[in-house]
Design a protein around this ligand. Sequence first.
Ligand SMILES: [Zn+2]
Length: 164
Amino acid sequence: MMPVLIYEETLQCPICKRNTLKHSEYVYDSGPGGILNITVFSCSSCGFNEKLVKPFEESKPIEIRFEVKSEDDLNVLVYRSPTAQLEIPELGISTEPGELYQGIITTVEGLIEDIIDTIGDFCDEECIKKLQDAKEGKIKFTIILQDPSGLSFVRSEKATVTQL
Ligand SMILES: [Zn+2]
């Protein structure tokens, strides 16, 4: 059986920043290996490519926690799916995905930038300052993603994933 495409969208590329990143979700019956969920990101502009395979059974609500403590942590790749709620307690950030939210694949630093872009208008000077400090690695903070679709990920061994 060939992998079946269940979902496809175009996003901004985390590397070249062009809107040419194709995100595809496939379901694949591998026989003895069970049913698999394959996530593919590929950019036609710069060649960025990322593929993840996991058992389809694990596509359940999850909570991901990731403590950002160093500059290396800021470069970790993050995918926030269209259904994921994002919380950063230290920065007073808690955002529900809107109906039109498309999801984003980026680095931790890019995720903070995205927050500054989207909630900037609702944020006072002190709050913007905090976000800037976080982006530059001056303060430690925790990223918490709650995702009913289970598709979000943080590409680090230090990230913890809990089934909800
Ligand atoms: Zn690219």
